[in-house]
Design a protein. Structure first.
Length: 108
């Protein structure tokens, strides 16, 4: 009567051992995958260098764009100043003309 119990116990132990073995293999694979995906010091340095390059390029482009904007604003201000001067000249000329209602009728 003791033999069937021992046999069942051995089967149960073998089953558990097989399950443990498969779990250990799965954990080993996960650990290998994790070490393959983990960034190295060199990876971090590459990312920092790339980030520094991007920041430098962005700063350069910002300076260039600000200079272009200032040039456009200055050119626009100069045009606006000339237009105001022209408008004032036209207003002065029209004020200087001696027009009467008869002149309007004659021009029509």
């Amino acid at each position: 009567m003791l033999a069937p119990r021992v046999e069942r116990a051995l089967v149960a132990i073998a089953t558990h051992a097989e399950q443990l073995d498969s779990r250990i293999l799965r954990l080993e694979r996960q650990l290998e995958d994790a070490t393959l995906r983990a960034p190295t010091q060199e990876d971090l340095l590459d990312v920092r260098m790339h980030s520094a390059r991007v920041a430098a390029d962005l700063a350069r482009v910002t300076v260039e764009l600000r200079a272009e904007i200032e040039d456009k604003v200055a050119a626009s201000a100069a045009k606006e100043s000339r237009l105001r001067t022209l408008a004032e000249s036209i207003a002065d000329l029209s004020d200087a003309l001696d027009t009467t209602p008869q002149d309007w009728a004659a021009s029509a």
